[in-house]
Design a protein around this ligand. Structure first.
Ligand code: SF4
Ligand code: SF4
Length: 408
């Protein structure tokens, strides 16, 4: 992408101000798309250096894409921001912690498993209570959910593969499903098997590359993307995932490889990628289980409803499980989680989270449903902090439960 040309498309109309959650919270031009586009423009013209102030502006973005939905000029703010972050990383590098995490941890399954075990020990030995004594970490520390005894990959290894009458579908296992929410992976398996599909677990622990792209480590993200793309045989028609952010990243691999020798491979891969809710509603005959009869509300993850245009399918899944959906106000407004934003910009993130929890509370629902593990983690934390500890589910967990309750 030519960043200068893209930035020049901005008409400075200000329509993005009305929808940007950060601008609405802070009323600062640097937080809104127009401010970031202007920064890109003057940086590309060589009028400023991408130093600390520019970095603050570019990292004050949720990649929620609400601005892109209303922008009359069609400016791709997401790509501009990520592109500028890459330039900052290429010029200044990153700190030690981020270098370790992004270059040497998230794409190595054995290291991720070690990290999971460490986090489990951290929570069970009381070390977490000690960390909570540090004022700056007291609240942030509580965002992490209870670490499960086993990762989803370990559960999967202990399980027999059941051949499906309808053939195989590839399943991209996100890091968060693997180490934080294995029950979602279990639900995906149960439901796909009930629909007649055999799972082809892909990516052997390689991350989708979103954290790397988000922090400008694009070359590392490309290596991981190539590993993922090459891990799926050509004769598998669907590449499914249960994480809104991973799904959008996989669908955007062609952008990563634009103008390179791998562009065609990326396009061929991306057109087969589908969110699990989309697949279950559009391409399968979902078995009807027991009616759950619970009242739920649904939070639209930014990377599912705007990045992938998947809005109705999770709602159809909720209805199919015999649950009642009570829509919340502003279901598509970012919860403030946005990857690591909830940690790195804790106070600002909490402002958005409080609004989200207020909207959930107003519905009186007994559970929240969402298709993104990062939103799940953030919302679960918000519910405990500002309302009450009601459960948060992935849509596919409702279907799995209704099937289980009917003994299917
Ligand atoms: S809505 Fe688009 S064109 Fe208008 S100011 Fe924002 S980025 Fe520029
Ligand atoms: S992506 Fe979201 S947070 Fe970033 S500028 Fe656009 S509306 Fe604001």
């Amino acid at each position: 992408m030519n960043y200068a040309e893209e930035a020049n498309r901005c008409r400075r109309c200000g329509m993005c101000h009305a929808v940007c959650p950060l601008y609405k919270a802070e009323r600062r031009e640097q937080f809104v798309a127009r401010g970031k586009v202007r920064l890109t423009k003057i940086s590309e013209e060589g009028r400023i250096e991408l130093e600390d102030r520019a970095k603050t502006t570019l990292y004050n973005c949720l990649d929620c894409r609400a601005c892109m939905e209303v922008c009359p000029a069609g400016v791709n703010v997401s790509r501009l921001v990520k592109g500028m972050r890459k330039k900052i990383y290429d010029k200044h590098g990153d700190n030690l912690l981020m270098n370790v995490a992004l270059e040497h941890l998230t794409s190595y399954p054995k290291r991720m498993e070690l990290a999971r075990k460490f986090l489990k020990l951290y929570q069970t030995t009381g070390l977490s209570s000690l960390v909570q004594l540090v004022p700056s970490l007291k609240e942030k520390e509580k965002i992490l959910p209870a670490i499960p005894k086993r990762s989803f990959r370990n559960e999967l290894k202990a399980r027999d593969v059941r051949p499906g009458k309808k053939g195989k579908v590839a399943y991209f296992i996100s890091c968060t499903t693997d180490i934080l929410y294995p029950q979602v992976g279990e639900a995906v398996l149960e439901v796909l098997e009930a629909c007649g599909y055999e799972i082809y677990p892909m990516n052997d622990g390689t991350c989708c590359g979103v954290p790397q792209v988000g922090y400008g480590h694009v070359e590392r993200a490309k290596e991981m993307a190539l590993q993922n793309m090459r891990s799926v045989p050509d004769d598998i028609g669907y590449i499914l995932n249960d994480c809104a952010t991973c799904g959008s990243a996989l669908k955007e691999y062609p952008e990563l490889f634009e103008g390179t020798e791998h562009e065609e491979l990326a396009q061929n891969f991306a057109k087969r990628v589908m969110d699990i809710s989309e697949f279950l509603i559009k391409h399968t005959e979902l078995p009807t289980g027991e009616k759950l009869g619970i009242q739920v509300t649904y939070h639209d993850p930014c990377h599912l409803n705007r990045a992938q245009n998947v809005k109705q399918e999770p709602r159809d899944i909720i209805a199919h499980s015999g649950s009642e959906l009570i829509e919340m106000e502003n279901s598509g407004q970012c919860c403030g989680g946005a990857g690591t934003f909830g940690i790195t910009h804790f106070d600002l993130s909490q402002k958005l989270l409080k609004q989200k929890v207020g909207n959930i509370k107003a519905t009186g629902a007994e559970a929240v449903v969402t298709g993104c593990p990062a939103c799940r983690m953030q919302i679960a934390f918000g519910l405990k902090s500002y309302y009450k500890d009601i459960p948060v589910y992935h849509p596919v967990e409702l279907i799995a439960r209704s099937i289980r309750e009917k003994g299917m």
